[in-house]
Design a protein around this ligand. Structure first.
Ligand SMILES: *[C@@H]1O[C@H](CO)[C@@H](O)[C@H](O)[C@H]1NC(C)=O
Length: 195
């Protein structure tokens, strides 16, 4: 089911207006909710990161994908959407609810869900030219590969407390690094923002 869903999502995401300008404007709340997600990711900490230093790993975050000067707006939406979806999958898993404080975890998951819905509005606005999908596959694939690495790592480490701690820090960092993409989408001229 997941691959089909991603494909449909991809078809929805991968287009932007004929003028080359993207008709998407994230709601004002989006950046705020993202900050709250980062705070919750921070609050989730249960054990010392330092204690887990032997488990550290470079997951190869695709840094260029969140560089606002290199990424087109349509790509930014697909990258953010993929990040949110993958993060929901990682933290929404059964193993995750065993590892974290469920109150804080649910707070995080509901914010991720809200952000996905908010981005979904952008996707619908862009349901025009599916052919521009070609140029957008690479960034989304880079994000997918990155999260595949994270899921594999958790599995290899048998979902140990330290493995989750390393992943928590990693994803918090990824969210912080993607903040500028969100700001880029929010700061467009906003023709489509509802009056
Ligand atoms: C979970 O987090 C909430 C909110 O920070 C806190 O009130 C609660 O005591 C925590 N529960 C456990 C089991 O640590």
């Amino acid at each position: 089911m997941a691959p089909l869903l991603s494909l449909i999502t991809a078809m929805l995401v991968f287009s932007y207006g004929p003028s080359g300008s993207l008709s998407c404007d994230l709601s004002q709340n989006h950046v705020q909710v993202n900050k709250e997600s980062i705070v919750l990711l921070h609050q989730m900490q249960r054990i010392s990161s330092f204690r887990c230093r032997k488990d550290r790993k470079n997951f190869g975050f695709p840094q260029e994908m969140v560089d606002g000067s290199q990424v087109q707006e349509a790509q930014a939406i697909s990258v953010l959407h993929e990040m949110l979806q993958e993060t929901s999958n990682v933290f929404g898993s059964e193993h995750s609810s065993a590892a974290w404080n469920t109150t804080v975890l649910h707070g995080l998951l509901s914010r991720l869900h809200w952000q996905l819905e908010d981005l979904g509005t952008c996707l619908v606005l862009q349901m025009k030219e599916a052919e521009s999908a070609l140029g957008m596959e690479a960034p989304t694939l880079a994000v997918k590969r990155y999260f595949q690495g994270i899921r594999l790592y958790l599995k290899e480490k048998q979902y140990s407390d330290c493995a989750w701690e390393i992943v928590r820090v990693e994803i918090k960092r990824a969210f912080s690094l993607s903040t500028n993409l969100r700001e880029m989408l929010r700061n467009q001229d906003g023709d489509l923002r509802s009056p």
